[in-house]
Design a protein around this ligand. Structure first.
Ligand code: HEM
Length: 195
């Protein structure tokens, strides 16, 4: 199985910039015990962050997601990551995770925000339990994974919005670009009114 051609450049860009690689999956496997010991606490910490942040809690209050289901699925995802390889199948499944969030109208800033909060939880745990060198390696590998998911999500938001605009209006890509630059000029004026 391959990645559909139109999505491959996104994965190439993530490989090139974030640099998630096979070595990171090997690192996860080497530290399987860390995830087995701490997976539950990590899942609870993530659920706690989302429950404690009113705009994220709204997603659950409004029935766009279920917190218990989220905990279960996060636990399963950690398990899958431990068996994953840097393959097209893996990337396809992470694109689908991105779509899970986009479909629930979770804003990009909350994706970025949660990744920050997860880092805050994981860094001290990994350093303390795996030692300063191996813990840092593990942290950096996990950070690349987290950032890859956030990057896929933000990328698909851009992609989907562009497709909506083109399909709804029949605009050419060039016309859409011109409209976009006009809109951003307007936003800039709203943020920084002249004078
Ligand atoms: C670093 C950012 C995030 C990561 C890595 C992440 C990861 C995941 C994963 C792996 C799943 C399970 C998908 C599956 O089983 O295919 C999931 C589902 C979900 N996530 Fe996130 N997530 C992030 C941010 C957020 C944020 C900010 C929210 C805000 C409320 C959120 C809400 C949800 C919901 C509602 C589900 C579906 C739960 C259900 O089954 O009802 N996630 N997420």
């Amino acid at each position: 199985m391959t990645i559909p051609e139109q999505y491959q450049p996104f994965v190439d860009d993530i490989h090139g910039m974030i640099r998630l690689s096979e070595a990171d999956f090997e690192t996860f496997r080497r530290h399987r015990g860390f995830f087995e010991r701490n997976g539950g606490a990590l899942v609870e910490a993530i659920a706690g962050v989302l429950d404690g942040h009113a705009p994220s809690r709204e997603v659950f209050d409004e029935g766009r997601g279920d917190l218990e289901s989220l905990k279960r699925r996060l636990g399963q995802w950690i398990g899958r990551v431990l068996d994953a390889r840097d393959t097209p199948e893996f990337w396809r499944s992470q694109f689908v995770i991105a779509i899970e969030h986009i479909g629930r109208r979770i804003p990009n800033r909350q994706m970025v925000g949660l990744a920050t909060r997860v880092r805050e939880v994981l860094l001290p745990m990994m350093l303390e339990q795996e030692g300063p060198e191996a813990g840092l390696d593990l942290f950096l590998a996990f950070q690349r994974l987290l950032d890859s998911i956030v990057a896929l999500t933000t990328t698909l938001v851009d992609e989907g919005q562009r497709r909506c605009l083109l399909e709804a209006t029949g605009f050419t890509p060039m016309l859409a670009d011109n409209l976009q630059s006009m809109v951003f000029k307007k936003i800039r004026r709203e943020l920084m009114p002249p004078g």
